[in-house]
Ligand binder design. Structure first.
Ligand SMILES: NC(=O)c1ccc[n+]([C@@H]2O[C@H](COP(=O)([O-])OP(=O)(O)OC[C@H]3O[C@@H](n4cnc5c(N)ncnc54)[C@H](O)[C@@H]3O)[C@@H](O)[C@H]2O)c1
Length: 311
């Protein structure tokens, strides 16, 4: 049994990690300011973890969160490319300064390992696919720069202070509890909810852009492996399925699963969005023994059932 801190544990990905670690019998603490997350995301494990409401931007709250902790899963962030383009300052504060505060606190309290939620957005628009960790990062948005800075800090903290870190570059994660209602909702929840209501889903661009859509169970699996591996040295590793699925194909698949035919509304492309994204997952396999455990099709089916249950 280990003492685990999940920052952003009340959010989409964090709440799945909390669920998994509670089920595995670990002692879990959540640190979250509830800006985009909610207590409702953790209702099913209520009373089985400790909750600290606090903000990454307050160093003393980060220190409190890390006290007595062995493993930190750092999920807290102001996620979303368009949000960071519209209003870059708050996401800069949380994603860079907040990550720095957390890493300092982890060193202070001699945390064993920090497992960081990095982002595929760091790659930007490279011509070459799939994207491998050896490629030069060319971030296109403030969010991508911020997430890349977090990785760089994680690696530097290993080199300078011996804090074990590992950055998992998530590629377009989807699944239950991902918020469909926010102004910055991710594609799959927004599309499913629109199509369920018979409203045309909004597509930015021609819909031929591709993503490596990764069901949440694969991401949880990657994190569990990153905790188990004997030692980490500031590595950066893709966490994805290795698929290349177009937005138009996602909409088709959702329509098919729901027995509908709701056509999308095409809008101009958004600033900061990349055109194509697909991961090379060879390094994750080599270093962590990672293989995806849920296919895109099965994961989409599960996500659709979840949003149907809310309707
Ligand atoms: N969802 C994806 O496809 C994806 C892809 C790549 C990387 N990521 C990264 O994974 C992590 C989790 O993303 P998510 O999709 O679950 O987002 P989310 O918005 O559902 O979760 C983020 C959580 O962080 C909390 N938070 C935000 N600012 C905070 C602050 N200053 N102090 C404390 N808590 C704060 C929010 O309240 C929320 O609970 C983020 O770091 C994100 O950058 C996500």
């Amino acid at each position: 049994m280990a003492n685990i801190l999940v920052t952003g544990g009340a959010g989409f990905i964090g709440s799945h990690l909390v669920t998994k670690f509670v089920e595995l019998g670990h002692q879990v603490r959540v640190f979250d300011n509830l800006s985009s997350g909610s207590r409702a995301n953790l209702e099913h494990v209520a009373d089985r973890f400790e909750f600290i409401e606090g903000d990454l931007c307050h160093p003393e709250e980060c220190l409190r969160a890390c006290l007595g902790i062995e493993y930190v899963f750092h999920e807290a962030a102001l996620a979303s490319v368009p949000r960071s383009v519209d209003d870059p300052e708050p996401s800069h504060d949380t994603n860079i300064n907040g990550t720095f505060n957390l890493l300092l606190s982890a060193v202070h309290h001699k945390v064993k390992r920090v497992i960081y939620a990095a982002s595929s957005s760091a790659y930007g628009d490279s011509d070459k696919l799939p994207k491998t960790e050896r490629m030069k990062a060319t971030p296109l948005s403030p969010y991508a720069v911020q997430k890349l800075a977090g990785e760089a800090y994680c690696t530097a903290f290993y080199k300078c202070y011996g804090l074990e870190t590992i950055s998992l570059r998530y590629f377009n994660v989807f699944g239950a509890r991902q918020d469909p209602a926010s102004d910055y909702a991710a594609a799959i929840p927004a599309f499913v909810v629109s199509i369920l209501r018979g409203v045309p889903p909004k597509v930015f661009g021609d819909g031929e852009q591709t993503r490596d859509f990764t069901h949440i169970d694969n991401v949880v699996h990657g994190n569990v492996l990153a905790m188990k591996v004997r030692k980490t040295r500031g590595e950066v590793i893709n966490c994805a399925c290795g698929g290349k699925i177009s937005i138009n194909r996602v909409i088709e698949a959702i329509n098919k699963a729901l027995g509908k035919n709701v056509r999308p509304e095409y809008l101009p492309p958004r600033t900061g969005d990349v055109m194509h994204s697909a991961a090379d997952i060879a390094l994750a396999k080599k270093l962590l023994g990672f293989e995806p455990i849920v296919s895109f099709e099965d994961g989409l089916g599960r996500a659709i059932e979840y949003y149907k249950s809310l309707a």
